[in-house]
Design a protein around this ligand. Structure first.
Ligand code: NAD
Length: 354
């Protein structure tokens, strides 16, 4: 029988080609007079463009965002925000840059305006992450949820085809786990299924023709829904495993999500048939795990862990870490089960049906 709790998250979303033109009015709406613009070194030009658009409301640029928010970088950015008397953070970039804005907001409560340029989805979540001494800590805190998000597909056109494909698969992973989350609910399930449908349809087109703005808009729409799903409900084995592999073995975030997802879908298939039916339906596939595996191949992803510098002996440690703290998953997480899953992923095999 249907029974659920649904907690809506606040947030304002401006979506569409050219929506970056609304930046000045959105900054004014937040009430900011001195916004600090954040980016990675590679996206300094985008940060400069954003600062120019804000005119006198820009306090400066901090362009040192890097993957997984090292605590030293967070401290430097917090000091810079203080030094400049910033009253808002504008993050232009992917999850790493938005993560840095969250690290500032966590201690200062500065509002965030996010301008995402990948499909990772951090802009829709109250989840923060900080890495100290090689260990990444994460938590949920409403103070880090961006106040306003401007999704302009134009900004995603420069994303290389490889990153576009795996970043989109990273978004699909949020949606898949949202469908079988412990606290899932009908609204999030609608969003998650629609997210997978939009991404499955658009990603092959995006990878084939990165300048195709229609496909870019559909993919970003799917990424928005996936991010909102991630922000609203808890995740399970897939995210735990990717967190372990990424953090402990320093593996690239979106590629690892892409490679692991079909195997976790196969692992959970019998325990969450209702969710897998929706995943398969959204993919237009016979079953979820094969559909995800085929989509990953279509977008050109590398599907074997061994190609990322991991040694076969690391798999035992990864399996140990993945079962070291109990957490929710529709199928009980056993060491043997995870070790077998990792073995398939290591060699890039099609997921085993268990
Ligand atoms: P990223 O932000 O690390 O970006 C990867 C690289 O691509 C960077 O060099 C970046 O400058 C570049 N790039 C980004 N957009 C581009 C574009 N449009 N054109 C050209 N280059 C572009 O990658 P990501 O996958 O978006 O984020 C990964 C990080 O985000 C991880 O640390 C992950 O843990 C975190 N994350 C957090 C949440 C959350 O809710 N807190 C959600 C998803 C991801």
């Amino acid at each position: 029988m249907l029974r659920f709790t649904y907690q809506a998250l606040p947030g304002r979303v401006i979506f569409g080609v050219g929506s970056l033109d609304r930046l000045a009015e959105e900054i004014e709406r937040i009430g900011s007079a001195r916004a600090l613009v954040l980016s990675t070194p590679e996206q300094r030009a985008e940060a400069h463009d954003v600062a120019v658009r804000m005119g006198s409301r820009s306090a400066g640029i901090f362009d040192r965002a890097v993957m997984h928010v090292p605590i030293e970088t967070a401290r430097q950015a917090r000091e810079e925000a203080k030094r400049l008397g910033a009253d808002c953070c504008v993050a232009v970039g992917g999850g790493s840059t938005i993560g840095l804005a969250k690290a500032i907001a966590l201690v200062s409560e500065l509002p965030i305006l996010a301008i995402p340029t990948t499909y990772a989805g951090s802009e829709m979540t109250p989840i923060w992450g900080l890495t100290e001494a090689g260990v990444k800590k994460t938590g949920r805190d409403l103070r880090v949820l961006p106040r306003t998000v401007i999704y302009d597909p134009t900004l995603t056109v420069s994303m290389p085809p490889g990153l576009s494909g795996t970043s989109g698969m990273n978004a699909i992973a949020h949606a898949v786990e949202a469908l079988y989350a412990e606290d899932t609910n009908p609204i999030i399930s609608l969003m998650a299924e629609e997210s997978i449908r939009a991404l499955a349809k658009s990603l092959p087109a995006v990878v084939k023709a990165p300048q195709n703005l229609d496909a870019r808009a559909d993919a970003l729409y799917g990424a928005w829904l996936a991010g909102a799903s991630l922000g609203a409900v808890g995740m399970a084995l897939h995210h735990k495993l990717c967190h372990t592999l990424g953090g402990t073995f320093n593996l690239p975030h979106s590629e690892i999500h892409t490679l692991i997802l079909p195997h976790v879908a196969a692992y959970n298939a019998l325990a969450a048939p209702w969710a897998m039916e929706r995943v398969a339906r959204a993919l237009g596939a016979k079953n979820a795990s094969d559909g995800l595996y085929d989509l990953a191949l279509t977008v050109g992803a590398r599907m074997a862990l061994k190609d990322f510098g991991l040694r076969e002996t690391d798999l035992d440690r990864a399996a140990d870490l993945a079962v070291s703290n109990p957490y929710y998953n529709p199928r009980p997480v056993t060491r043997d089960g995870v070790r077998k899953l990792l073995d398939d992923a290591y060699y890039g095999r099609r997921p085993s049906k268990t």
